[in-house]
Design a protein around this ligand. Structure first.
Ligand code: NAP
Length: 470
């Protein structure tokens, strides 16, 4: 695939070419002509200059057309996701389905009136007036996305922004730029006015950092690591900022848990998408009384998550994003073993391919427990009672999501109230959501400002109120 960045619909020309290689076999999957600082300036000016304002029906039609085009090209998108990220093709197919839903929900929401009305004669201080609210698009948004869902992370920024009429400059991950550019082209084809979207990649100090700092941009919407998110928070200045950062989510298995449910959720949560989901199960916390029974079944289940060629439809776990990421994961497993942990399954690495790895007796202060391990690791820790489980769960700096396996309503309510996270899912994986429900973390995982189509649409607008005699 020979691709280019775009400044408001115009392909960028430069001598700087990025080669995108498959993490699985290192073949060149595609190239991207990169942008430079002058393209950032052109993109900002094009976005701010704007063009024909889009009606709600216009925005609906573009998003719905994009949805239809994505359905028609879902195989091309899935193959591109898989080739550039190393994710198994079955995961890439799943991701195109999610992106479809994002476009569908954003199209639907774009048709709804989002105003509120306040009658003012409701107190002794009141009078016969009404206050109305309306939402106005922002002048320009900068959206910066990570590699782990090359399509879905991008569409979760673009669709809500476009649904409210806010122009975007997109900076996708350099590790997975091809899918983002395919989507950019698809949106232009669906009728998106070119001023509404520029897609730029290039050196961080020429593209991403200037975008973050530019005072003409009204919002920076970022999804990625805690380290980069905090750097952005420190430099963004006086503008809106959305930060969706890393996670270290627990699956907490209580002593009354249905064992088949626990085993299924632990395996799906730990290994799907090569464990590279912000909401992947990164810690399996299990009541000490049931660990042995759980482990016996879990190991059998984990063995069915075969890893290998991402293009093979039978493969369940592809590579992680690159060899350094796999080496890091191997290192944290070895460090945990030095502290007394035991690898019960997997652990072998070939290039960027790391076998799904089950590690028992992991100390509470192991690096893989304290920090996010973005890969197919399933570290197991025990707790003695619900107080211990809650303390252990809350002990990291992260606060994204959580999954609990229990039928005990008292337990469920305590977890919902006491876990310091953005989401609690009872008898589900931490990552459970629909694309329009509010989503986002607290503590190091985010500022508590939610995304998901509906909340993100609010982020990409300002509320104006006006009042009238009534
Ligand atoms: P990353 O290294 O933070 O990169 C994310 C994006 O930021 C990339 O586009 C990257 O560009 C860009 N970037 C790098 N340095 C920057 C800077 N100084 N200023 C502005 N932008 C900069 O994250 P990643 O490794 O791609 O993604 C994995 C992380 O994302 C994990 O921690 C995961 O948990 C998190 N995540 C969170 C959520 C959520 O909703 N909470 C969802 C998915 C993933 P380059 O590609 O050019 O470096």
């Amino acid at each position: 695939m020979t691709m280019t960045c775009y400044v408001a619909g115009t392909p960028v020309q430069s001598d700087s070419i990025l080669e995108v290689k498959s993490p699985y076999d290192n073949r060149v999957v595609g190239t991207v002509t990169l942008a430079n600082a002058s393209h950032v300036e052109q993109a900002i000016q094009a976005g701010l200059k704007g063009g024909k304002a889009l009606t709600r029906y216009d925005r609906f039609s573009i998003l719905d057309k994009a949805r239809q085009l994505l359905v028609a090209r879902k195989d091309q998108f899935a193959q591109t996701i898989s080739a550039e990220s190393g994710l198994a093709i079955r995961e890439a197919n799943y991701e195109t389905g999610r992106a479809h839903d994002v476009l569908l929900f954003a199209a639907m929401e774009s048709l709804k009136d989002d105003g509120q009305i306040f009658s003012c004669d409701i107190s002794p201080q009141g009078k016969a007036r009404k206050i109305f609210t309306l939402r106005e698009p922002l002048a320009l948004a900068a959206c910066i996305t990570p590699f782990n869902h090359p399509l879905n992370q991008v569409v979760h920024k673009l669709a809500p922004a476009l649904a409210v009429g806010t122009p975007v400059i997109l900076k996708p991950s350099e590790k997975t730029p091809l899918t983002a550019i395919l989507l950019t082209e698809l949106l232009y084809e669906a009728g998106l006015p070119h001023y509404m979207l520029s897609t730029l990649l290039g050196p961080t100090n020429e593209i991403a950092e200037p975008l973050v700092k530019d005072p003409r941009i009204d919002i920076v919407s970022f999804t990625g690591s805690v380290a980069v998110g905090k750097r952005i928070a420190a430099s963004v200045g006086y503008k809106k900022v959305i930060l969706e950062l890393g996670g270290n989510d627990p699956l907490i298995i209580m002593e009354d848990a249905d064992m088949d449910t626990a085993v299924h959720l632990a395996a799906e949560g730990s290994f799907r998408n090569s464990g590279q989901r912000c909401t992947a199960v990164k810690r399996i916390l299990i009541h000490e009384k049931i660990k042995d029974v759980f482990l016996e079944k879990f190991l059998q289940k984990a063995k069915t998550y075969n890893c290998g060629d991402p293009a093979d439809p039978e493969t369940r776990v592809g590579t992680v994003i690159d060899e350094p990421a796999a080496i890091y994961l191997e290192t944290v497993v070895n460090k945990a073993v030095e502290q007394g942990a035991k690898v019960l399954l997997g652990g072998k690495r070939r290039g960027a391919l790391l076998e799904p790895t089950v590690i028992d007796n992991v100390p509470r202060d192991a690096e893989m427990i304290v920090h996010e391990s973005f890969g197919p690791l399933a570290p197991i820790l025990t707790f003695k009672d619900i107080d211990d489980a809650i303390a252990l769960s809350n002990a990291t700096a992260y606060g994204l999501s959580s999954g609990i396996v229990t039928h005990n309503m008292d337990y469920a309510l305590r977890f919902i109230k006491e876990l310091k996270v953005g989401t609690v899912n009872i008898n589900e994986v931490p990552g459970y959501r629909i694309e329009s429900s509010p989503f986002g973390g607290i503590k190091d995982s985010g500022l508590g400002i939610k995304e998901g189509v509906i909340e993100a649409m609010k982020c990409f607008t300002y509320v104006k109120t006006f009042s009238l005699p009534w």
